[in-house]
Design a protein around this ligand. Structure first.
Ligand code: BGC
Length: 398
């Protein structure tokens, strides 16, 4: 096995695990990607001149966590002031979608300023194909692809359409396209490839509207940072955007979703110097160049800073599950750096990455790695002791 292939096997995100071979499978299996004329993504940053939506349901979780902790209750309560994304992680979650949109509209009416909710569209058939902890409700066998369209995306579309006076941000399918770039030797990922491509393109084509700003998931530095992976990913993104009807359907890309890669520190240099992107800011800059090479111009980026405040806490860059010693990162903020539309807490701090109980369904061995906090509940469930650690380790401090 070549060294680079071996190295890439160890890197992944918090939502999927092993990242195998890079570029080789991409261009050949996609065929020639039609580049056409270079065109720009949707022009404006949706957060400019707006306020972030504070999700009352998340505030309740934080209040309950604070009430349950005598020593750090006051510190924990501070987290309630910050916005987090609302994950549409199954068909059932759509029951709350119009309520959330209405709540954002109410906040907007009070201040006469746009209030922007951020949603994560996360229910692909065969979801999380390279890992176990976030496997979803739909499979490619049976009617998964059809149900994704009719019972999931079409429902979101009609809700978004019914709320045309609000700016809405949606992050599209974390871990889906990056798995196509690096994980085609994982049988479940190989079997899912065409469905992922079609389904993500369908989601983009349906959800792109003048008031809706879409960001495609672009993994993080420790997964796609290598030249070959970045180039391969850019071609996959371009291919999907062609299928979806054009580059201007999206505003840009979301990176570091649910992961722990720091913004500026030289974490990658310590973990693997063969990766030219030692941190998330470098990755975003390099990826923007690769995207331009395939005609995707001027994308805006959202970087998930929910849990990347402390660098140097993992022994392997591929560790992604409830990393011990993690701390809240930069607070959500508009236009914090060149190319970046916002730092944002996409993963709600306190929600688990996956169960550490080997006998539970959806157990992934990564959640028992020596980098991972133990006693963890299922992905998405509240993990109290981890939440307390995140708040105590916040950098900048709360
Ligand atoms: C889980 C989702 C959850 C999300 C945010 C994912 O890992 O699979 O169910 O909503 O994390 O916590």
């Amino acid at each position: 096995m070549k060294r680079w292939t071996w190295l890439l096997m160890t890197f992944c995100s918090a939502l999927a695990t092993s990242c195998l071979t890079p570029r080789s499978g991409v261009s050949s299996s996609l065929g020639a990607v039609e580049l056409g004329n270079a065109r720009s993504t949707k022009a404006d940053n949706p957060f400019t001149g707006a306020r972030f939506f504070i999700n009352p349901a998340y505030v309740e979780s934080v209040e309950a966590a604070a009430a349950a902790d005598q020593a750090y209750g006051e510190l924990l309560m501070k987290v309630a002031a910050f916005p987090t994304a609302f994950w549409l992680d199954d068909i059932d979650a759509l029951q709350n979608l119009s309520t959330v949109l209405d709540q954002a509209l109410e906040q907007q009416a009070k201040t006469a300023q746009p209030v922007v909710p951020v949603f994560v569209v996360y229910n692909l058939p065969n979801r999380d194909c390279a890992a176990a902890s976030s496997n979803g409700e739909l499979t490619i066998e049976g009617r998964g692809e059809e149900r994704y369209r009719t019972e999931y995306i079409d429902v979101i579309e009609s809700q978004f359409r019914a709320h045309g006076s609000q700016r809405i941000v949606a992050i599209i399918e974390p871990d889906s396209l990056p798995n196509i770039v690096t994980n085609m030797t994982v049988p479940k990922c190989a079997a899912s490839k065409e469905v992922y491509l079609r389904s993500v393109a369908y989601a983009i084509s349906k959800l792109s509207m003048p008031h809706v700003y879409l960001y495609l998931d672009a993994a993080h530095a420790g997964w796609l940072g290598w030249e070959g992976n970045r180039a391969g990913a850019s071609r996959v993104f371009r291919h999907v955007l062609n299928l979806a009807g054009g580059i201007d359907k999206i505003r840009g890309f979301a990176t570091n979703v649910s992961n722990y890669t720091p913004l500026y520190e030289n974490e990658g240099g310590r973990l693997d110097s063969s990766n030219p992107c030692p941190n998330e800011m470098t990755y975003v800059k390099e990826l923007a160049d690769d995207l331009e090479d395939v005609g995707i111009e001027n994308p805006g980026f959202i970087i998930d800073t929910s849990r990347n405040g402390r660098a140097g806490i993992r022994k392997a860059w591929g560790s992604w599950c409830n990393i011990k010693g993690a701390g809240l990162g930069e607070r959500p903020r508009v236009s914090p750096a060149e190319l970046v539309d916002a730092f944002f807490w996409i993963k709600p701090p306190g929600e688990s990455d996956g169960t550490s109980d080997a006998s539970a369904p959806r157990f992934d061995p990564s959640c028992q790695s020596s980098d991972s906090a133990q006693g963890a509940p299922q992905a998405g469930q509240w993990f109290q002791s981890f939440f307390v650690e995140l708040a105590r380790n916040a950098n900048p401090p709360l």
